[in-house]
Ligand binder design. Structure first.
Ligand code: ARG
Length: 467
């Protein structure tokens, strides 16, 4: 091959990140070859010694990579043969680089999925703390960026808690689906050697082997799925960050971010910029782009392996790193941000945010909701023109809009009552919010237990293989 061909076709700069997993895959494979009497036991021992020496160098960062050897799989196999001689050549029966790359990538992404779940749960923990501390902090709830109805800060934060919890669950679902072992699918059709795919699958911590050899080497749906999980998480982060950006503006002044997590300006001494939030919002573009790359990459590929598939790694490796970085820093940002409770209350009390409640009140007095809506519309107009809030208007004034209004109206329309009366399941009242909090904590704890078990299982496999 021409040098330019070697350079152009190499994937080493990206797939060398999977070096550890490649060694694990080879160790599992060679143990199986031995158990199935496919190669002599003494060759197996020297292959294992050689692979362990390579692993040590990979971990020390001293393993020498040769770009002329296309990818990490070939680099490791060549290095093995250099170390132990021709026995190194006995590692490959019953597999091919096509199933090797598929199994390595699944192991790599399986770990990244668990990393992402851990980082999401870190952020969820920070958000839960804000929610727990603010069950009585009232703020405006918005639709169309206009004051809509009052809510508690707790309720607002819990909205994000449930969004991110779903993201974590989604990663776990994807983890489950990708947790099948393609090793032994070989090039595409399986192999004539009497291999035991169940043995390698279990040695590598997979649930079971993949069912179809052609499917195993041709598909990257697990990559696409993870790229989507990353994208959805990043979209949720970008909404949160957008809110933080304007909440920290002088006009809103809902929050104050900690100096440690804001930046200054090179010329304006007073500036305290929410750069982290803006960067997270900005990095969303790259994460969405990775998903698009993968979808287009895999469109219309005939079965089975095609070299196009070598382009599958960089996008999702980068997007997983990005989303994990963003989650980690946002967890610190949220843990150190101060919410200005007085300001939130002041802003909430300023307008006619309790108009729905006045209409609901009229409904309890037998007025059809549509009629009540129009009556309150007139009262709101008066409130805007006079600058007197609905709850501050004297009863005689309120009764000019409807004679059904009585003294008990003042139990309905203060913003605290508006919040507390929303007792519907999932609503903003403190009783509903308590339920939300305990659900969210329960989900978090269940997930942490599953995460711990999955990690343990994988760690045990590595210990067993490395010896
Ligand atoms: N470097 C390749 C990749 O990452 C490995 C598989 C190569 N297989 C092949 N038939 N050329 O996809």
């Amino acid at each position: 091959m021409d040098d330019s061909t070697l350079v152009f076709t190499s994937s080493l700069d990206v797939d060398s990140r999977m070096a550890f997993y490649d060694v694990m895959g080879s160790l599992a494979h060679v143990n199986m070859l031995k158990a199935c009497h496919i190669i002599p036991a003494e060759d197996v021992d020297s292959i294992i010694q050689g692979l362990r020496a390579i692993l040590k160098e990979i971990e020390d960062g001293t393993f020498q990579l040769d770009f002329k050897l296309e990818d990490i799989h070939t680099n490791i196999e060549f290095s093995l043969t250099e170390r132990i001689g021709p026995a190194g050549g006995k590692l490959h029966p019953g597999r091919s680089r096509n199933d090797q790359v598929a199994v390595d990538f699944r192991m790599y992404l399986r770990d990244k999925a668990l990393d992402a779940v851990r980082s999401i749960d870190g952020l969820v923990t920070s958000l839960l703390k804000i929610a727990e501390d603010n069950t009585d902090s009232i703020m405006p709830g918005f639709t169309h960026m206009q004051h809509a109805q009052p809510v508690t800060l707790s309720h607002h934060m819990l909205a994000y808690v449930f969004k991110f919890s779903r993201d974590a669950d989604r990663f776990m679902d994807a983890f489950d689906r990708m947790n099948k072992c393609p090793l032994g699918a070989a090039a595409l059709a399986g192999t004539t050697y009497p291999i035991d795919r169940f043995m390698t699958a279990s040695a590598l911590g997979f649930k079971e082997p993949t069912e179809n050899s052609m499917d195993s080497v041709s598909d990257r749906d697990f990559v696409n799925e993870l790229a989507f999980c990353a994208t959805q998480t990043q979209l949720h982060l970008s909404s949160l960050c957008e809110e933080l950006v304007y909440w920290s503006s002088q006009e809103f002044a809902f929050i104050e971010m900690d100096d440690k997590f804001t930046t200054g300006s090179s010329i304006m001494p007073q500036k305290k910029n929410p750069d982290i939030a803006e960067l997270v919002r900005g990095k969303t573009g790259g994460v969405v782009g990775a998903l698009m790359s993968m979808i287009v990459l895999t469109k219309g590929l005939p079965l089975t392996y095609n070299r196009d598939l070598q382009e599958d790694k960089r996008p999702v490796m980068d997007s997983m790193d990005t989303v994990i970085d963003c989650l980690e820093i946002m967890s610190k940002v949220m843990a150190t941000t101060t919410f200005k409770k007085d300001r939130l209350m002041e802003v909430t009390s300023r307008g006619q945010i309790n108009a729905t409640d006045l209409a609901d009140y009229l409904v309890t007095k037998g007025i059809p909701f549509r009629e009540a809506h129009a009556i309150v519309g007139a009262a709101v107009r008066e409130s805007i023109e006079s600058g007197v809030n609905l709850e501050d208007m004297p009863l005689e004034k309120l009764r000019t809009f409807s004679d059904r209004i009585e003294d008990d109206v003042y139990k309905f329309i203060p913003v605290q009552s508006c919040v507390e009366r929303r007792i519907s399941y999932g609503g903003t009242s403190s009783s509903s919010v308590d339920m939300e909090l305990s659900k969210a904590i329960e989900q978090l704890m269940q997930r942490e237990e599953v995460l711990r078990q999955e990690r343990q299982l994988i760690e045990n496999c590595w210990k067993e293989l490395i010896g």
